[in-house]
Design a protein around this ligand. Structure first.
Ligand code: 5GP
Length: 193
């Protein structure tokens, strides 16, 4: 088991409905040392790739992306989920269905911050059905930028997102892939990588 799998085993909580709670160390309270290890690992896995910018989605991708960005030495752009009066000028917009909140959101990135020809690494906390990622991929495509890779903290391997994204030909690296989980016993089974 790698460091993230060990932490999930220790502190992750399996909830009904195939939801893994990692809010004590990843997406509510954040263990920055762990995020640093993750950032270092993303850098190691994408060492051969040109990365000009990291793109993530609010809210829980931001912390992971920011710490990872220190290792790549690039800026982070996060897609916003709500139109705000601060968003001025032209924007890229994509529709995203939320797994956890069971609703549809628009994700929005200002055209100022993503340009044609930029090499982008996408980072997010979870990959389930891949809706969030599809939204980000659409935004990169709209910009005429290049998706060089996708770094995910936790992929739920029993949901379809990972397979769909890999079949589309993207280079997808997940630090932990959960193949099964059981809410009754609290067991989490990881895929050997
Ligand atoms: P997807 O769009 O791939 O279906 O779901 C990805 C998004 O849903 C992630 O950004 C994450 O916020 C949320 N998500 C999906 N599954 C889980 C889960 O088991 N636990 C938590 N905490 N978030 C999840």
């Amino acid at each position: 088991m790698n460091f993230l799998e060990e932490r999930i085993q220790k502190d992750g909580i399996v909830k009904e409905g195939n939801v893994l709670k990692v809010d004590s160390f990843l997406n509510h309270q954040m263990d920055i040392r762990l995020l640093e290890q993750m950032g270092e690992e993303f850098k190691r896995r994408f060492a051969d790739v040109q990365v000009d910018k990291i793109l993530t989605i609010e809210a829980s991708g931001i912390g992971i992306a920011c710490i990872a960005a220190r290792y790549f030495d690039v800026p982070v752009v996060f897609a916003k989920k709500t139109q705000s009066i601060n968003l001025d000028g032209e924007m890229y917009v994509a529709e995203v269905e939320s797994f956890t909140h069971k609703c549809k959101n628009q994700v929005i990135v200002s055209k100022k911050f993503l340009k044609e020809g930029e090499h982008v690494l996408l980072i997010d906390d979870f990959l389930a059905n891949g809706c969030a990622l599809q939204g980000l991929l659409s935004i990169v495509a709209q910009a005429g930028a290049i998706t060089e890779g996708i770094g995910i903290a936790i992929e739920k391997g029993f949901q379809s997102g990972g397979r769909i994204i890999r079949n589309l030909g993207y280079r997808l690296e997940s630090l932990a892939i959960v193949d099964a989980m059981d809410a009754e016993t609290g067991t989490v089974t990881f895929r050997e990588q």
